[in-house]
Design a protein around this ligand. Structure first.
Ligand code: PMV
Length: 324
């Protein structure tokens, strides 16, 4: 008889970005970060440990995962096995509820769901702090997806003290995001490789860490004040300073594509017209617009000449990881 558990985790978008590792093996970040968990994009994962399996079996959206994913997820399951003191293999079934080819990070929701389902299936009863620490080992951004709403990942110094804490789980004010899903045609630099490159080669990297650390308490203040403009300004600054480290890396690289600049231009134009909207972007070309629900129809209308309705996905704040 196998032991089985299912969990759901939502993705998150950072407002103060995590960008650069201090310890690549333990995934200890150089700087603390702060994100908003979203309701629209999530992952459901079922883990079943079974004596009859001769290896881990990973099914992704109904299909066997590629070898690289298999290896990475098996190594993650090893961490769970170590903690639980067992050696049984597991089958993992994961469904990503993220629009196809959206290029939106599913590693955050993916590893948060795997940490929750896997640990429970293995008989561990982890609290949210320990779940966050475990999820961190799969993907840095997953550290934050354990909680809903606004979440801070405190960088810490080691495996024990690098984890996320909730900043505001129940959000009673008007903030949401529009994800603009652009063409994902170019080969991208994976976030892992991108981070390693900027830490090693960008002369601006030390300033990035300093600014991110200084802006994080300002972002928390802006959230407490429910000040969408301050939240947006700080988020934009964090995103662009992160991307400046890629332009200043040796060799330089960028996640920008022509459509990225088009989207940014629309957001800036709207702002000049008095609409409160701000952009952010991660290790890919997609742009996310931070705005209120009240102004969303106007923003969608301004984006409509450039992007199809399928490319514009509205997301509200979402919950933390749950057992299903
Ligand atoms: O943990 P990863 O590999 O998904 O890296 C995430 C890095 C960014 O998305 C660019 C920033 C962030 O804080 O989520």
């Amino acid at each position: 008889m196998g032991q089985s558990a299912t969990a759901r985790a939502h993705t998150n978008i950072a407002l103060i970005k995590y960008w650069g590792k201090k310890d690549a093996n333990l995934i200890i970040p150089q700087n603390s970060s702060l994100s908003l968990t979203l309701d629209h994009f999530y992952t459901d994962t079922t883990v079943t440990f079974s004596e009859t399996l001769t290896r881990d079996q990973i099914i992704f959206n109904g299909q066997e995962a590629d070898e690289q994913t298999q290896t990475k997820m098996s190594q993650f399951l090893d961490l769970i096995r170590q903690q639980a003191g067992r050696s049984t293999f597991a089958s993992v079934e994961t469904t990503n509820h993220v629009p196809n080819a959206a290029g939106l990070a599913s590693s955050a929701s993916g590893y948060a769901a795997l940490a929750a389902a896997g640990s429970r299936a293995a008989g561990l009863d982890l609290n949210r702090r320990d779940l966050s620490r475990l999820a961190r080992r799969g993907s840095g951004s997953a550290t934050r997806s354990i909680y809903g709403g606004f979440v801070e990942w405190q960088r810490g110094r080691n495996d024990q003290d690098s984890y996320a804490i909730p900043v505001q789980e129940e959000i009673d004010w008007d903030i949401q995001m529009i994800a603009i899903v652009l063409n994902d045609r170019k080969k991208r630099v994976a976030s892992r490789a991108g981070m390693a490159s900027v830490v090693a080669t960008s002369p601006y990297y030390p300033s990035w860490v300093e600014t991110a650390q200084a802006d994080l308490p300002k972002m928390k203040d802006a959230i407490i004040k429910k000040d969408i403009n301050l939240v947006g300004q700080l988020a934009e600054k964090s995103a662009m300073q992160m991307h400046a480290t890629t332009l200043s890396a040796v060799p330089p690289f960028t996640y920008f594509e022509p459509e990225t600049l088009q989207a940014i231009e629309v957001v800036e134009r709207l702002r000049q017209q008095g609409v409160s909207c701000y952009y952010t972007m991660d290790a890919g070309p997609n742009v996310k617009v931070i705005c209120t629900s009240r102004e969303t129809p106007q923003i969608l209308a301004a984006l409509a000449p450039y992007f199809t309705a399928e490319q514009l996905l509205v997301a509200k704040p979402g919950p933390g990881v749950t057992s299903l």
